[in-house]
Write a protein that binds this ligand. Structure first.
Ligand SMILES: C[S@@+](CC[C@H](N)C(=O)[O-])C[C@H]1O[C@@H](n2cnc3c(N)ncnc32)[C@H](O)[C@@H]1O
Length: 252
């Protein structure tokens, strides 16, 4: 995809309720599982927070502090507005930074959260990079695409889509093996329900069509839209083959 097309791709994602599959309910479900392992007011880092849908959900679940980090300033601006609207500035803060090179103090977080963002660093690499920021037996919760069926049952077109877009997709067992190699003990996992995809894809498709209507015939906008439509088709028709899985683990 050309740089201009990528700018359209980003524009499709501006101002959406969320930038990836998920929901307040799934964030809460994951948080409730690991909550007994946390101090009463945990220090939380939300990596690749986007416009802050998970960040704000976490703020409603805990009295702890949350630092939302994303490398894309437009998303951080969206989160800053939400923090101000809800008067949460004393315990929810933001940082524009690349998660691969965070200049944060070692062992300063009880919980690292990351919905849909570790893949861009590489799941195992991301886990390794973030591990020194956890203190004691700190917890890490992240969503990541995974195969939900044996590979020989997955249709060729679905395998091809992931080979083209995210060849690092693997089974839940393989992902947990990567987590062990990166220095974590698995705590549990669950697959995001179909509604969590609809909550992401519906608003994205509507906004994409609005942007396209503002740029009729623009080949770069069309190129970005073609990539999105291929994703929508996968998400609508093949969610039995793959899914986004919430992986919960503890620093070992
Ligand atoms: C699929 S979106 C998910 C956003 C948000 N967690 C949510 O669930 O709505 C992935 C986010 O990760 C961010 N991201 C990707 N690579 C990153 C990196 N290396 N450092 C910081 N943020 C990154 C992107 O800008 C994007 O906001």
């Amino acid at each position: 995809m050309s740089e201009r097309s990528f700018q359209f791709f980003l524009q499709f994602h501006h101002g959406l309720p969320r930038q990836g599959p998920g929901s307040t309910e799934s964030t809460a479900k994951a948080f409730r599982i690991i909550e007994p392992l946390l101090p009463p007011e945990p220090a939380i880092l939300d990596v690749g927070c986007g416009g802050g849908a998970p960040t704000m959900a976490l703020a409603g679940l805990t009295r702890g502090t949350i630092l939302g980090v994303d490398r894309y300033p437009v998303f951080i601006d969206e989160l800053r507005r939400k923090i101000a609207e809800r008067g949460l500035g004393d315990r929810v803060t933001t940082l524009v930074a690349d998660a691969r090179a965070l200049e944060l103090s070692p062992e300063s977080f009880d919980l690292i959260w990351s919905e849909g963002a570790l893949g861009s660093i590489g799941f195992e690499q991301g886990l390794r990079t973030l591990r020194p920021l956890l203190r004691g037996p700190g917890v890490l919760a992240a969503t990541e695409p995974a195969w939900l069926r044996p590979m020989d049952e997955v249709p060729d077109e679905v395998r091809q889509f992931w080979a083209d877009n995210y060849p690092a997709i693997a089974s839940v067992d393989e992902k947990f093996e990567q987590a062990r190699q990166a220095g974590y003990t698995p705590l549990g996992h669950f697959t995001l329900p179909d509604e969590d995809w609809a909550a992401y894809v519906g608003p994205l498709e509507r906004h994409m069509n609005e942007v396209l209507a503002e740029h009729p015939g623009d080949p770069n906008a069309e190129e970005a839209a073609r990539a999105e439509r291929r994703e929508f088709e996968m998400f609508r028709n093949h969610l039995r083959d793959f899914g986004y899985v919430f992986f919960l683990m503890q620093r070992s």
